[in-house]
Design a protein around this ligand. Structure first.
Ligand code: C2E
Ligand code: MG
Ligand code: MG
Length: 355
């Protein structure tokens, strides 16, 4: 096979349980470090398995299917195995279709930015706008980022896409602030991929220069996944961004791996409590306790805290009573087009959400 790929053929074995046991044994065996000329070597193994229950015409097809399963295993994490099933292949075909359409959309620039206000309860003012990308598909209409971001990453367009959103969003909000005579911040979502690129701070600097936005008005949202692969490089980039004066927000907090002790070490300004904790806050006492604890913790660490996914008055009241100053969610406003922002700001800032 290729450089670091090997094929193993097990004869007369079609029992999935047995094949699984053998795969796991191999993974466990090779996960032990071994010595080569006094150096300890660590390797991890991922395995894609195909059995002849899948009736293929040629050895080449079996190898292709094993490779599909292998890629699936690698996506789950290191040291895993996956057994091929036909669905993996059809999913892959659909994916290819999505990917080629996405490629076309990228060329035609069929994307739009929606903006969702983040509201400051104490100031009774819109504090920031989060940019949320939509794919404006010629046949299917607006497609949610959840459906295409992974593919955008896979085909390598996430980087220019994120950067386009950052420039366009910053420029728009800067213009809007100027024309209304009020300062608004802008919150931009960044894919973890960005934090593997040392060019990110250079680009951010360029955006600040070109749009003339106040650096502290530019809030970059990262998720815990950003810290997963190469934390050292991610931290270096985060510090370079802080040196530019921009603010960093940890998004979807509580859904990933980040432990509480990590929070102290991250150069972040704001914590966003994930909407999955907010959803049942009025009925589930445990979720309520978690949110309460996160708000208190943020205060102790001198971080701003935003509750996302606030949909009802009850949730709004509960969260504000807990001392959370910033809220975002359908209760305040859905994500909207830029052309509708001005009207929405007036609406929001003249409303009294407390009554
Ligand atoms: P996110 O950054 O956590 O954004 C919040 C998501 O919650 C958005 O989903 C928003 O529409 C939705 N939301 C807001 N208020 C409510 C509410 O009250 N109830 C409920 N149920 N949902 C609410 P959306 O727009 O589908 O975006 C999903 C995710 O896609 C975002 O999650 C973000 O991680 C990512 N994303 C969006 N735009 C971009 C982008 O330009 N670049 C990158 N890299 N990621 C993006
Ligand atoms: Mg976000
Ligand atoms: Mg979020």
């Amino acid at each position: 096979m290729t450089g670091d790929e090997f094929a193993i053929v097990i004869k007369d074995q079609n029992n999935i349980d047995e094949v699984s046991k053998i795969s796991q044994k191999l993974i466990t065996f090779l996960s032990n470090p071994f010595k080569v000329v006094q150096n300890e070597i660590f390797i991890t193994l991922s395995i894609g398995v195909v059995t002849n229950q899948i009736k293929s015409d040629s050895a080449k097809d079996y190898l292709r299917d094993a490779e599909i399963a292998l890629n699936k295993a690698k996506k789950v994490g290191r040291g895993k195995f996956k057994i091929f099933d036909k669905k993996m292949y059809t999913n892959l075909l659909q994916q290819w279709n999505l990917e080629s359409e996405l490629q076309k959309a990228f060329k035609n620039n069929d994307f739009e930015i929606f903006y969702q206000p983040i509201y400051s309860v104490s100031r009774k003012k819109v504090y920031s706008f989060e940019t949320l990308i939509r794919w404006n598909h010629p046949r299917f209409g607006y497609i949610s980022p959840k459906k295409f971001l992974q593919s955008a990453e896979d085909i390598g367009i996430i980087n220019p896409l994120d950067r386009w959103v950052m420039y366009r969003g910053s420029n728009n909000i800067k213009e809007l602030s100027k024309s209304l005579g009020e300062d608004f911040n802008i919150s931009i979502n960044l894919s973890p991929v960005q934090f593997a690129l040392s060019s990110l701070p250079i680009y951010v600097k360029e955006v600040i220069k070109k749009t003339n936005i106040k650096p502290s008005s530019l809030h970059l949202e990262i998720t815990e996944n950003t810290l997963l692969s190469d934390i050292k490089s991610a931290l270096r980039i985060m510090h370079s961004l802080k040196d530019l004066g921009v603010q960093l927000t940890l998004d979807d907090f509580g859904t990933g791996f980040a432990s509480l002790s990590y929070l102290r070490k991250l150069p972040i300004d704001t914590l966003k409590i994930d909407k999955s904790f907010i959803r049942d806050i009025t009925t589930d006492t445990q979720d309520r306790a978690v949110v309460d604890m996160l708000i208190k913790l943020s205060k102790e660490l001198n971080l701003n805290v935003i509750a996302e996914g606030i949909e009802t008055k009850k949730e709004y009241k509960m969260i504000t009573q807990m001392g959370c100053d910033f809220v975002q969610g359908y209760y305040i406003s859905r994500p909207i087009r830029f052309s509708k922002l001005q009207k929405s700001i007036t609406n929001i800032q003249t409303k009294n959400y407390d009554n």
